[in-house]
Design a binder for this molecule. Structure first.
Ligand code: NAG
Ligand code: NAG
Ligand code: NAG
Ligand code: NAG
Ligand code: NAG
Ligand code: CU
Length: 273
């Protein structure tokens, strides 16, 4: 299968440790050939039949979304068309997804509704503000507030579905960017920030940025507290991969450089860190 130049975030947390670090490049620095490889890899996942028997899934791509759907409690084409929000161009124009909305299973196109007011919240000035925070709780809530929500709202459509937003391939670009903001915050105080974790492990449902429908009885409840002694997230917290790969603890994925993920970022300006 075509090479990934941008790894799919925690969804690839099951990558076995390799002797060399993988390198994550910024999308705008890819060559046309690398660009096509990445898009082909996503199309390949969309066209490869599912194998894990997760509810509603028909492809490997949907099995990755299922992790988000099941766990949630707490050149990609342009905007959608006015009448139904379906995208009208780009490589995913004919893609039919089968998970969602929320916990339902229906066949539908990729929908978007660009909103520049929301996108403005992803501006560099807000990112800089978050990266400057002195502790994890400050950085996390800051990232969640503007850069994270701004990306979901800025694209709109499927990206505004809190349960299955990974249905839009843009989700992975947005979230790998958020991963990088986290790493940018970490490198400002190493090694301390390779083990700094905290915050609620179950979302406070009264205080969500996106509408969040109740989970139906047919979907087993995730306790949210797997591995934690209480309701605070710890390094022992288990990331349930639902068979997409081995479960990992948060402690295992904190150090992107030398932990199980083992990758580094290639900065267009400096050549990487
Ligand atoms: C990336 O590839 C898509 C099609 O695969 C093409 O339309 C687009 O122009 C390419 N962009 C760049 C920057 O190479
Ligand atoms: C989408 O389907 C139409 C009709 O079959 C076809 O003409 C078009 O090339 C397809 N586009 C892509 C990007 O696969
Ligand atoms: C864009 O999002 C803002 C903030 O949520 C909202 O007030 C506004 O109505 C949206 N604009 C459009 C055109 O939907
Ligand atoms: C977490 O647990 C503590 C102590 O048991 C409790 O006081 C607090 O309300 C809980 N917080 C949440 C968000 O459930
Ligand atoms: C992954 O974690 C979940 C939740 O802790 C657990 O139910 C499941 O059995 C684990 N799967 C594997 C393969 O260890
Ligand atoms: Cu998100």
């Amino acid at each position: 299968m075509a090479k990934y130049f941008i790894i799919l975030s925690l969804l690839l947390a099951f990558c076995t440790a390799t002797s060399h670090r993988l390198r994550r490049h910024a999308w705008h620095t890819l060559t046309p050939a690398q660009n096509s490889s990445y898009i082909s890899a996503e199309l390949c996942l969309m066209h490869t039949p599912s194998k894990l028997s997760l509810p509603g899934t028909t492809s490997r791509y949907e099995e990755l979304q299922a992790v988000h759907q099941l766990e949630m409690m707490q050149w990609f084409g342009g905007d959608g068309r006015p009448q139904d929000g379906c995208i009208t161009n780009g490589p995913f124009v004919n893609f039919t997804n089968h998970l969602g909305p929320a916990y339902a299973y229906t066949s539908h196109c990729v929908t978007r509704r660009f909103n520049e007011t929301c996108s403005a919240q992803t501006a560099q000035v807000f990112v800089d503000e978050c990266v400057a925070k002195g502790d994890w709780l400050g950085a996390w809530t800051c990232i969640e507030g503007k850069p994270h929500t701004g990306g979901h709202g800025g694209v709109g459509g499927l990206m505004l579905d809190a349960v299955v937003s990974p249905r839009d391939p843009l989700f992975y670009l947005h979230h790998t960017w958020l991963d990088k903001i986290w790493a940018d915050w970490q490198v400002r105080d190493l090694p301390k920030r390779l083990s700094e974790m905290g915050g609620d492990n179950v979302q406070d449902e009264g205080n969500l940025p996106l509408p969040f429908p109740p989970r139906p009885d047919s979907i087993p409840k995730s306790t949210g507290a797997d591995g934690d002694p209480g309701n605070v997230t710890t390094l022992e917290h288990v990331l349930n991969m639902y068979g997409n790969g081995p479960n990992r603890t948060i402690g295992e994925v904190m150090d992107i450089w030398d932990g199980v993920l083992r990758y580094e970022y290639v900065e267009p300006e400096t050549g990487g860190y």
